[in-house]
Design a protein around this ligand. Structure first.
Ligand code: URP
Ligand code: ZN
Ligand code: ZN
Length: 469
């Protein structure tokens, strides 16, 4: 059936105007003023923003990590995402050395199929580069449409890859049109600092932050940017937490390199002092890289505003406080790393960003949706409101206020990292491919509705000659 969204304030990364959106066969068929369609269901959006659905480029659902498995899977995680205004996620498919890449991809398909309530794609972790991996990669990129490859520079002896692997991945990505993503922290330095802390009897959650200093993130980010320059390739740095790392990205971009940066809501509003909460509550805030000193937040906002950081990912990786975070009661290194953010990413960026005058409403749409869709080969199917695009739409009441709480959230996890925070603005209804998944703040979608997205290759920008000045 056709749907006609009437009288909303339509907002894209470029424009805003009051208008109507006609949806037919799951896509946007017409945009205009006073549109008529007798056979359409009418949805009145007066007083609301009509945003493109959020694209979350960084989630970990149903992921084994830190000796346990994330609490939220593709069903609970994507339902929570939909409540929050996110209509597409890109999840990380982990690989193991010596195993075929295709096996990992099939494992991730099995986790998501029949469960995901929203559309989804995958990034692929690269843990080693050898002849088998090099022969499989083109097929994964072309046939599976997995056009982004993730390399971990940290988590020594678990996920960490060496510089040679990162460099060869950057070369392969350039050849085949993929974007390389890095978790940028110096894992070797962190391992040493961790050993020293434990030897000194320091087992509390705050030592997670103290053993992973900002300089270790800045160094790895700068190193990854140099390797990208050497390979003449393209790089996306995930979960940038601090000035030390964000400045390295800005420097690389000034040189004309195709280097991009993502931050996360937690780094914009929470700080290192949360890890000092008593009664082991600091463990709720243990993820990597860690929360930083508060002054870093202003730098991240500035660089989001001036376009040096492009996206915001949730880095959703949820573990219960009871039973899971508690694995590290007597040793901070045993606390599973990660937090529950998928549901509140959209609201926090809107409320703290647009609501507090830090970014414009167009920048909000770009950061929450459009930029990720473009970088990860989904645009213009996803990431905008335009004729022919999927009708992934958020009808958003900018005046509504709510207090974030684990009592009311829809993730399965037993705490919320933003507990007690008041946010202004709320998704009222959310559509994916023209079907309501959230209607009047109630989930009306179904697990399994989400479709797998084969993504286009990365198109590097010709940014001009490297500026050596
Ligand atoms: O602590 C985190 N961020 N957990 C998820 C894995 C990762 O490093 O992104
Ligand atoms: Zn990471
Ligand atoms: Zn992550």
């Amino acid at each position: 059936m056709k749907k006609l969204i009437r009288n909303g304030q339509i907002v894209t990364a470029a424009d805003t105007y009051v208008g109507d959106v006609l949806i037919e066969n799951g896509v946007i068929a017409m945009i205009g003023a006073s549109l008529q369609a007798e056979d359409a269901e009418i949805i009145d959006a007066t007083g609301c923003y009509v945003f493109p659905g959020g694209v979350d480029p960084h989630t970990h659902l149903d992921m084994p990590f830190g000796g346990t498995v994330t609490r939220d899977d593709f069903e609970s995680g994507t339902i929570a995402a939909a409540y929050g205004g996110t209509t597409t996620i890109i999840d990380f498919c982990l690989t193991a050395k010596g195993r075929p890449l295709s096996e990992s991809v099939q494992t991730w398909h099995a986790k998501a199929a029949g469960k995901s309530a929203i559309d989804y794609g995958f990034h692929l972790m690269v843990s080693e580069i050898n002849d088998d991996v090099l022969s499989e990669l083109p097929q994964i990129i072309e046939q599976e449409g997995i056009t982004s490859l993730k390399v971990f520079m940290a988590y020594k002896n678990v996920l960490q890859a060496d510089d040679a692997t990162l460099f060869k991945t950057l070369l392969a990505a350039k050849t085949h049109g993929a974007l390389v993503m890095v978790h940028a922290e110096n894992g070797d330095v962190i391992e040493h600092l961790t050993e020293v802390a434990l030897a000194g009897g320091h087992t509390e959650p705050i030592y997670h932050a103290l053993t992973r200093p900002a300089a270790a993130e800045g160094e790895a980010t700068g190193r990854a940017a140099y390797l990208t320059e050497l390979a003449d390739s393209q790089l996306y740095v995930v979960h940038v937490t601090c000035a030390e790392a964000a400045w390295r990205i800005a420097e690389a971009r000034k040189k004309g390199l195709n280097v991009f940066g993502e931050t996360c809501p937690q780094y914009l509003v929470l700080d290192q002092s949360y890890l000092e909460k008593p009664d082991f509550e600091g463990a709720k805030y243990v993820w990597s890289p860690p929360l930083r000193e508060k002054w870093n937040q202003d730098v991240l906002w500035d660089l989001l505003r001036n376009g040096q950081l492009q996206t915001i990912g949730s880095d959703q990786c949820s573990f219960d406080f009871k039973g899971q975070k508690e694995l590290g009661l007597s040793d901070f290194t045993k606390i599973p790393n990660g937090g529950p953010m998928i549901e509140d990413r959209f609201a926090i960026l809107y409320s703290e960003g647009v609501g507090k005058g830090r970014i414009s409403i167009h920048q909000f749409v770009d950061i929450i949706s459009t930029a990720s869709a473009k970088l990860f080969g989904l645009f213009p199917k996803k990431g905008t409101i335009a004729i022919g695009s999927d009708a992934d739409i958020v009808i958003f009441d900018p005046k509504s206020e709510r207090v974030i709480s684990a009592e009311t959230h829809h993730m399965k996890v037993d705490y919320n990292a933003f507990e007690g925070m008041t946010v202004t603005g709320e998704p009222i209804s959310v559509m994916i491919r023209g079907e309501f998944v959230i209607r009047d703040k109630q989930f009306v979608g179904k697990p399994g509705y989400g479709q797998y997205l084969r993504r286009a290759r990365f198109e590097p920008l010709k940014r001009g000659a490297v500026n050596k000045s």
